[in-house]
Every structure is written in structure tokens, then in C-alpha cells.
Design a protein around this ligand. Structure first.
Ligand SMILES: *Cc1c(COP(=O)(O)O)cnc(C)c1O
Length: 425
């Protein structure tokens, strides 16, 4: 029963554009009415109608330890008593920066912001200021937030809603954003040759999660690293999804490759609005007030946001077995779903790394945006609704990765596989 959610959606549309504060939540591509969430605990969401769901979105990544994780909730409550914002430096910000540096490679200096968008936007500005060059290369289907320069062949909601060019982004901005297909090194080489000495940065999701989950092929990131070194291009890893999720040190550590600048979001805030960008000293020292590349934020380093993120990261650092447990759970889920689809003779590809996974209904490899978009989207949409009706909350788009939390039990995974087993072809 979804009576209340239906009612609330109608009411929301009267005063919020499309009824939502972020587009993919509206279920536009899968159809139907979004579920209005009342609360969540551990691996489960509870909606306004009293339905319970096993959650595979986890707030699009942050809730890696599950919802309302006790240590995080307690830390927020205690901190709030000492005021929720000062706009002045605090000890906690130093502790947060030191903790991040102790976990992630290649972070000499780190600046906190309030979203992943802000982190990526600032990193690109810094790369431009540092190199004195204007153009950037991004990859088709990668999403780096909604800043103007990233809304060219973007993934996530832009892909889900099939928006080809975003009105409001000026041609002047978009000419400086060059795009190449993911996993195609030659395309990047060509762009770099054609735009000799004009490219400030290559920004990439080292494991893409905004067109489903897509892994970098052998030697791809290494090849990009080499190009950046040879051409004085800043290599930016957008680890907003992968940071502190694939491992303590994110994709850099998991895939053993160095970035020049790294952006974070999602997990780093423990479910509060937090982002960060950091990297090598010689680049980061161009940020104001050290240098002249201006970047600022009234609520940057906010104490409540910092204590939530700090507590979450500390948990991950002190219990590094979590990553192995998550990997085993995700592998178990992938195997179970694969067996179900095989039995039903449903064409499918399952892409996975660590606790990120996506299902594409097709019989070709999914290695870039083009191959992802050639999967059977109507089959995905049907699958999505079947799972939702059976209490499994998946991302409402074929272009989004699922995120596991370590609160999931093997019973939850079995229930998920069982629900898939009941889907009619
Ligand atoms: C979510 C996401 C962003 C944007 O972060 P927001 O906090 O939504 O602004 C940027 N890059 C990647 C890879 C993301 O997944």
C-alpha cells in the first residue's frame, strides 16, 4: 500500500519542483510514485505507509555502516549542544583533516566543503589556476555534480532523464569541457594532441558509478596518469562515490594509482552535507588564503557535519575488516542474482567492485556509457518495480550503482535474491 506516499507526492508537487529536491528521486524514468521515507535503521527503510524496505541506495552511498549508526547519531547529539556553527576555525577540523590524511594517499592538504559538487567544481578551478590552462577532459556518463562545466554528457540524473544539453549552461562554458568515452585511452590521446597545451585537468570517476557501476579496464587509469605526467595536466580523481567506500584510501588505494587532486563527498560526511578536495602540496598551496585561487564557504567545516564524518571515518579506520565483509556480501549478492537470471534465461551483466554493483539487462559487456545505454531499460524498470513491491529498495534508474551497507545481513541478501527469483520475465 502506498496511499500516503501518493498523497504526499501530489502535495509536494504543489510547492517543490517535481515534488523532489533532487531529480532522480522523482522516479521519472522508472515511472510510478516515489516512496516517502519516514525513518531508517540499519539496513532498513520505513516509509510513510509503514512499509519496510531493504535499502540498496543508502543515501546514494554515505550510509556505509547502515542507517542511524549509533556512534554517529550520539556524536551529533552531543556536538549540537555546543552550537551548530561558528564560522571560525576549530580543533575538530584539524582532527578531521589529519584523519583523512592518515587514510587516503596523496593528500597533503585538504579543504572541506559542503557537497560533492562544490568539491569537484573547486578542484577544477584550482587545476586551472595552477596550470594557467582552461580546458578539461571528462568522460561520457561520468557525473561530477551539477556545476556548469560538468553538465556535458553527464551521467546520473542527466543520463537518466536523457537531457542532451542543459539549458542555462552557456556555450562559452561548455566549449572548455571536452569529452571522451570511458575506457578509451586513444580518444583521450587524440583530444590532448588536438588541444596541445590547453588542458588543465582530466577529471574521472576511477570506478564509474553514475552510469551503473563501470570498472576501469586494465592499464586505462595508468595510461591517463602517464598522459597527465607528460603534458602537465592535473589528474583529478572524483572519489565522491568511491572514497572511503572501496577501501580506506578509496580507489587510489584499491587500484594502486596516484591522483594529483582528489574529491570526496558522500561517505566522508557520514550522512551530513560534506565534501572535500585535497591533494599534492604544490597544487593545493594555490588555494586561498595560501594562494590566489579563491574558494570559500560559510558552513565549510561545520562542527555537526565534521563530527558525523569524523566518527564515521574513525569507525572505518578502526575496523578495516569492514571492507572485506562488504566485498563478500556484494559478491554473494552478485552470485545469487546471476544464478537467478541464468535460470530464468534473462540476458544480464553484473558489474561489481567492493560494495558497488549494478545489473544491466543485456548480453554485451558494459564498459562505457554507450554500452550501458544499449541495455534493456524497460526490463530494468519492470525489475525495479517488482523489487520495490517486494520490499527491496533499488536506485530508480538503470544508470545508477547500488551501494551496500555493512548493516545488511546474509538473510537480507537471501531475501533480495529470493525477490528477484519471483520476478516474471
Ligand atoms: C554524487 C556525486 C557527485 C556530486 O555530489 P553532491 O554531494 O551530490 O553534490 C560528484 N561526483 C560523483 C562521482 C558523485 O557520485
Amino acid at each position: 500500500m502506498n496511499n500516503k506516499s501518493n498523497e504526499l507526492f501530489e502535495r509536494a508537487k504543489q510547492s517543490i519542483p517535481g515534488g523532489v529536491n533532487s531529480p532522480v528521486r522523482a522516479f521519472k524514468s522508472v515511472g510510478g510514485t516515489p516512496v516517502f521515507i519516514k525513518s531508517a535503521k540499519g539496513a532498513y527503510l520505513f516509509d510513510e505507509d509503514g512499509n519496510k524496505y531493504i535499502d540498496y541506495i543508502n543515501s546514494w552511498g554515505p550510509m556505509i555502516l547502515g542507517h542511524a549508526y549509533e556512534a554517529v547519531v550520539k556524536a551529533i547529539q552531543e556536538k549540537a549542544l555546543g552550537s551548530t556553527s561558528f564560522g571560525a576555525p576549530t580543533l575538530l577540523e584539524i582532527e578531521m583533516a589529519e584523519l583523512i590524511k592518515s587514510m587516503a594517499p596523496n593528500v597533503d592538504l585538504i579543504r572541506m566543503v559542503s557537497s560533492g559538487t562544490e568539491a569537484c567544481m573547486s578542484a577544477v578551478r584550482l587545476a586551472r589556476g595552477y596550470t594557467g590552462k582552461n580546458k578539461i577532459i571528462k568522460f561520457e556518463g561520468c557525473y561530477h555534480g551539477h556545476a556548469d562545466s560538468f553538465l556535458v554528457k553527464a551521467g546520473s540524473g542527466v543520463a537518466t532523464l536523457n537531457i542532451q544539453t542543459v539549458p542555462g549552461v552557456t556555450a562559452g562554458v561548455s566549449v572548455d569541457t571536452l569529452t571522451a568515452p570511458y575506457n578509451d585511452l586513444d580518444a583521450v590521446k587524440k583530444l590532448v594532441e588536438e588541444n596541445k597545451d590547453q588542458i588543465a585537468a582530466i577529471i574521472i570517476e576511477p570506478v564509474a558509478g553514475n552510469m551503473g557501476c563501470i570498472l576501469p579496464q586494465q592499464n586505462y587509469l595508468e595510461g591517463l596518469r602517464k598522459i597527465c605526467d607528460e603534458e602537465n595536466i592535473v589528474f583529478i580523481f572524483d572519489e565522491v562515490m568511491t572514497g572511503f567506500r572501496l577501501s580506506q584510501g578509496g580507489a587510489q588505494e584499491k587500484l594502486n594509482i596516484d591522483a594529483d587532486l582528489v574529491t570526496y563527498g558522500k561517505v566522508i560526511g557520514g550522512g551530513l552535507p560534506v565534501g572535500a578536495f585535497g591533494g599534492k602540496q604544490k597544487i593545493m598551496e594555490h588555494i586561498s588564503p595560501l594562494g590566489n585561487v579563491y574558494q570559500a564557504g560559510t558552513l565549510s567545516g561545520n562542527p555537526i557535519a565534521m563530527i558525523a564524518g569524523y566518527t564515521m571515518l574513525k569507525e572505518l579506520k578502526n575496523n578495516s575488516g569492514i571492507y572485506k565483509e562488504l566485498d563478500e556480501k556484494c559478491s554473494y549478492l552478485a552470485k545469487g542474482l546471476h544464478e537467478v537470471f541464468e535460470k530464468k534465461r534473462m540476458k544480464h551483466r553484473i558489474n561489481r567492485l567492493g560494495s558497488m554493483i549494478s545489473i544491466h539487462f543485456c548480453d554485451h559487456e558494459v564498459i562505457d556509457f554507450d554500452s550501458a545505454s544499449k541495455a534493456d531499460i524497460p526490463v530494468f524498470n519492470k525489475f525495479f518495480h517488482h523489487m520495490l513491491e517486494n520490499g527491496i529498495y533499488l536506485p530508480p534508474s538503470a544508470y545508477e550503482s547500488w551501494f551496500l551497507s555493512n548493516a545488511l545481513t546474509y538473510d537480507d541478501l537471501d531475501a533480495t535474491i529470493q525477490a528477484a527469483n519471483n520476478v516474471s520475465k
